[in-house]
Design a protein around this ligand. Structure first.
Ligand SMILES: N[C@@H](CCC(=O)N[C@@H](CS)C(=O)NCC(=O)O)C(=O)O
Length: 303
């Protein structure tokens, strides 16, 4: 399995041990927010990285926090900069993200994952905690955000954002992985039921609302959307999440397309990377590595 997790009684359990250091305005962990100092490393295939890509773009942080993009497929040494000239990241000067993890003095063991933010002055990964990265981009990088940046984590909505995001994380973001990587029928059945019960709940919630919490875009939407955009392209087939497609849930489908168009989420999506990563890298569940031609994803372009 290429994702960071283990099996407990044949049920997939995500490894959530992250590097604890943070990049903050006051630099309390030794890493102060500073334009041009850090590089966000992502893959356009990865939903966890996608949340940091969306947040960086919405807040207009592109010029102060550069981004390195790994190729969608890799071997057991994990993510490489094979899309770049000479197979080397032009800023970090390394061929593999692993090199920046291994540069850390503490010999961090849990595995090489994206997203990761690398300190260009030392070449070391500072953080790989997607949720903390997203929150810190919102709260610690304020000085460098574009003047009309949206408030993605408003005080008045935080409690509800936490609650909804927690349910979405457990049942949907991670739920699709628990379906796909289940090692036993009962584990799969349980994850599948939990996933679709939550999608039904979300469908209901969005039937008379434009956003998940309040009437504005928030971190709750950023939590959900990267899973939705991968649903028909990857999870429906590869992870056997096939009660129905996203396109068959009218409110969720309309919501997902609204964010694609109205908030320019679409510009961050690469379906080729998504499909080739999931079907090509998880050889334990797709041993031939064959990437399906379908489904037709052109509906995303329709407003
Ligand atoms: N494990 C992290 C998310 C990061 C993650 O699992 N990323 C995957 C890609 S979606 C990864 O980098 N896997 C390692 C690999 O593919 O080698 C979490 O649970 O929050």
């Amino acid at each position: 399995m290429a994702d960071k997790g283990t099996y407990v009684e044949d049920s997939y359990e995500r490894d959530t041990r992250y590097i604890p250091t943070r990049i903050t305005a006051d630099g309390r962990d030794g890493f102060a927010v500073e334009p041009g100092r850090y590089r966000l490393v992502v893959s356009r295939a990865c939903p966890w990285a996608h949340r940091t890509i969306l947040t960086r773009q919405l807040l207009g942080l592109e010029d102060v926090l550069s981004m390195g993009v790994c190729g969608p497929t890799h071997d057991s040494d994990s993510w490489t900069f094979d899309l770049d000239a000479g197979g080397v990241d032009p800023v970090l000067g390394i061929p593999r993200l692993k090199d920046a993890y291994e540069a850390r003095p503490d010999g961090y063991k849990p595995g090489v994952t994206v997203p990761a933010i690398v300190d260009t002055t030392t070449g070391q990964v500072v953080t790989n905690d997607f949720d903390q990265i997203v929150r810190d981009l919102v709260t610690e990088w304020t000085e460098f955000q574009r003047p009309d940046a949206p408030d993605l984590w408003p005080d008045a909505l935080r409690e509800e954002i936490e609650e909804v995001s927690g349910l979405v994380y457990e049942d949907v973001n991670n739920g699709v992985y628990r379906c796909g990587f289940a090692g036993r029928q009962e584990s799969y059945d349980r994850a599948y039921d939990q996933l679709f019960a939550r999608l039904d709940w979300l469908e209901e919630r969005l039937s008379d609302a434009d956003y998940l919490v309040g009437d504005q875009l928030t971190l709750a939407d950023i939590r959900l959307w990267p899973t939705l955009v991968r649903f028909d392209a990857a999870y429906h087939g590869h992870f056997k999440c096939n009660r129905n497609k996203l396109t068959e849930m009218p409110a969720l489908w309309a919501y997902a397309r609204r964010l694609w168009h109205d908030h320019d989420f679409g510009s961050t999506v690469n379906f080729e990377h998504i499909k080739s990563h999931y079907y090509g890298v998880h050889t334990d569940i797709n041993p031939t590595g064959i990437v399906p031609k379908g489904p037709d994803l052109s509906g995303w372009e329709v407003r």
